[in-house]
Design a protein around this ligand. Structure first.
Ligand SMILES: Cc1ncc(COP(=O)(O)O)c(C=O)c1O
Length: 411
């Protein structure tokens, strides 16, 4: 029993706050114990990147890393490290304030112009992380003062948690369509066609846990037919897919037809942070009304330096992208031979879907024994029954590394 002694406490006095706090802590313990029982309790295990981040050292052991999102091997690339160090030396290690106070450096503006050119949009805005971007940007777009009282938001069921959090924060009702099922989306758009309010479609271009792609041309057709705002998350496509790695939204078939594209710098671009690419008018709205942008310290110069170097490199990395595609094809073919379900993956993310939590945890432990890191992904990150090893491939993986992975997964 926890007793919080207030300054004016006297014997015999028990306030509601004291009782609630005790019950609260008891409930925390009970919920954690339930997670334990269900094989869903998470914990943090320290590790250290080695070998240009393609391996990690954990508990004195070296493991080849098949769980990081460093798809092009840029996290330890000398060009990124050098520019991060140079910009830190020249500009300092912190932005010191939010962009609207005194943290909007020339570097931010230069980088945003470069990003807009990279994505082929009128404007771009840098945000501090992908999670923050989705949550804060969706909230700002759906503020009643612009969205009206009841916007209709059609979201892919498997859209990233950060988008669902943004929609929750905005207090809007989500109309969820079955994952990548555009007939279902069309039916729902039709069903709600007579209702007032602006329409938004929210989805990812490459799904983070499944490695499959959205059909962007068909989504653009639907958005245009039903007058919807189309919002897409390119976290796992940026750097990897589309012309010169500019993302699937930069494909000529859809370029200019998507209202807002967000993406991250923490995956294929090797660094940290996020962006939205959109019209100048939308950017202006976000600068004025996006709380996650307004009330947060800006990304610091060394991080911006790494992003800048990555944006210079990415268009030149065609050979790396071809290698990544080949790794994906090889792993999917081998898993199919082993009878392991890889869903609809067509990218560098290959799920080995194993079913329940214990099966995924056991497989991850077996791989760790073999010197490989492939983390088990369990509900609520994936639907119940869909626990898996999420194999994230990188152009920096060697063929021998892929051989080891496939040997370890063989039945
Ligand atoms: C699809 C998707 N969007 C957004 C994010 C969040 O990005 P960040 O890691 O930069 O917060 C992730 C992270 O894994 C993601 O998979």
């Amino acid at each position: 029993m926890l007793l919080i002694v207030a300054p004016d406490w006297s014997p015999g006095r028990t306030t509601a706050v004291e009782i609630m706090d005790t019950a609260f802590l008891d409930r925390l313990d009970a919920r954690l114990a339930e997670l334990d029982d269900a094989g869903r309790r998470r914990s943090l295990r320290p590790l250290r990147p080695v070998d240009g981040a393609m391996a990690v050292e954990r508990d004195g052991r070296r493991l080849v890393n098949f769980s990081s999102n460093d798809y092009l091997g840029l996290a330890c690339h000398p060009a990124l490290i050098d520019r991060a160090a140079a910009w830190a030396a020249e500009w300092g290690v912190g932005a010191t304030a939010s962009r609207l106070v005194c943290g909007s450096f020339e570097l931010h503006a230069v980088l945003e112009a470069k990003l807009a050119a990279f994505k082929g949009t009128e404007a771009a805005l840098i945000l501090n992380s992908g999670f923050q971007a989705n949550e804060a940007v969706l909230s700002a777009l759906l503020l009643p003062e612009v969205a009206g009282t009841a916007p209709l938001v059609f979201a892919d069921r498997l859209a990233h948690a950060s988008m669902h959090e943004g929609l929750k924060a905005a207090g809007v009702r989500q109309i969820r369509f079955r994952h990548n099922d555009l007939q279902h989306l069309a039916d729902l758009l039709e069903k709600h066609a007579g209702e007032p309010g602006p329409r938004f479609i929210v989805t990812e271009t490459v799904f983070s846990m499944d490695g499959d792609r959205a059909d962007l041309p068909a989504l653009c057709d639907l958005a245009e037919r039903f007058g919807c705002f189309l919002y897409v998350d390119e976290a796992h496509a940026t750097g990897v897919l589309g012309p010169q790695g500019r993302g699937l939204a930069a494909d000529p078939a859809v370029k200019g037809r998507i209202d807002l594209v967000m993406g991250t710098f923490g995956k294929a671009l090797g660094g940290f942070g996020a962006y939205v690419a959109c019209s100048a008018r939308l950017r202006d709205w976000l600068v004025n009304r996006c709380a996650g942008f307004i009330y947060s310290t800006a990304l610091p110069p060394p991080v911006l330096g790494a992003i800048d170097a990555a944006l210079d490199l990415v268009p030149t990395l065609e050979a790396e992208r071809a290698r990544l595609t080949a790794h994906g094809g090889r792993v999917r073919a081998a898993l199919a031979d082993y009878g392991i379900d890889t869903g609809a993956s067509t990218t560098q993310i290959v799920p080995a879907v194993l079913g329940d939590e214990r099966a995924a945890l056991a497989a991850a432990a077996r791989l760790e024994e073999a010197g490989l890191l492939a983390v088990a992904i369990r509900p609520p990150t994936v639907p119940a029954g869909g626990s898996r090893l999420r194999l994230a491939l990188s152009a920096a993986h060697t063929d021998a590394g892929i051989d080891r992975l496939l040997e370890a997964l063989a039945p």
